[in-house]
Design a binder for this molecule. Structure first.
Ligand code: ZN
Length: 75
């Protein structure tokens, strides 16, 4: 289960035209709604699957691809 802590997101990418981030709670990549980076910065999202909350950081950077999880990947 996710904690109810709101975790800042620093990296944002795009997948098929939609923004996506890696959920800091369960490490899955999830799509988020928003038209451009300035719109999603500061926004809070809840990952429906794990219930975890996150906030897109004001300094969040756009990257072409979200980095793979370090060696501790679960899948
Ligand atoms: Zn999650």
């Amino acid at each position: 289960m996710a904690t109810d802590e709101i975790i800042d997101i620093n990296l944002v990418s795009k997948d098929g035209g939609d923004y996506c981030v890696r959920c800091p709670h369960c490490k899955q990549i999830i799509g988020i709604e928003g038209d451009d980076l300035s719109e999603i910065r500061g926004e809070q999202y809840q990952h429906r699957k794990c219930g975890g909350w996150m906030q897109i950081g004001w300094n969040a950077r756009f990257v072409k691809e979200l980095p793979a999880i370090s060696s501790k990947a679960t899948n």
